[in-house]
Design a protein around this ligand. Structure first.
Ligand SMILES: [Zn+2]
Length: 188
């Protein structure tokens, strides 16, 4: 697919957007549906990608830059210039696999904290792309993982809310200077 958005995969000295961190209220607000995919949305997606690449992330959701819109960007191969990033607008997961898997996750909003999270192994997700075209993809492994993690952000959920190992969670957050009280456990 040819993208309307071209972004150099490089680390900028001054990325266009500021990433907010665990404990910030912006991360806990639900994002709103995007009614129209226009140039302002494409500009936001581009700036989110530049910010993500600058922080060496593989996914970023708009609430992480304090913008309450249902937009996420993903690139599982940030070091491969040939791999096009995915831009998902108003994403909806239509199928979750019964099979679950445990994978260690991290988050640009909780730097330095890496913990195991259990999630479905594969998903099917519907969304609009940056041209406003409806699309549907099947994702497994890392891509399924990143999309689920980023989509949680659209609902104000952080990956630490899904961590089962309470001891490791408390220890890591403390080590990195985050408040344990900022975690809001979700019952799955
Ligand atoms: Zn995250």
């Amino acid at each position: 697919m040819t993208s309307l958005i071209t972004v150099e995969k490089e680390k900028l000295e001054n990325p266009p957007l500021d990433i907010h961190f665990l404990g910030d209220r912006a991360l806990r607000q639900p994002a709103k549906r995007i009614a129209k995919v226009d140039d302002s949305i494409r500009k936001l997606a581009k700036e989110m990608l530049q910010t993500m690449y600058s922080s060496q992330g593989i996914g970023l959701a708009a609430p992480q830059v304090a913008i309450q819109k249902q937009l996420i960007v993903v690139d599982c191969e940030p070091d491969n210039p040939a791999n096009s990033p995915l831009i998902l607008i108003n994403p909806k997961i239509t199928v979750f696999s019964k099979e679950l898997c445990v994978v260690e996750e991290g988050c640009l909003s909780i730097p330095g904290v890496y913990l195991d999270v259990t999630r479905p192994k594969a998903i099917e997700v519907s969304f609009k792309d940056e041209q406003g075209k409806p699309r549907k993809i099947q994702a497994t492994e890392l891509l399924a993982r990143v999309i689920q993690h980023e989509m949680d952000h659209l609902n104000g959920v952080m990956f630490v809310d899904r961590v089962d190992n309470d001891l490791a969670l408390t220890e890591q957050l403390q080590k990195k200077g985050f408040s344990r009280g900022a975690v809001k456990p979700v019952k799955s």
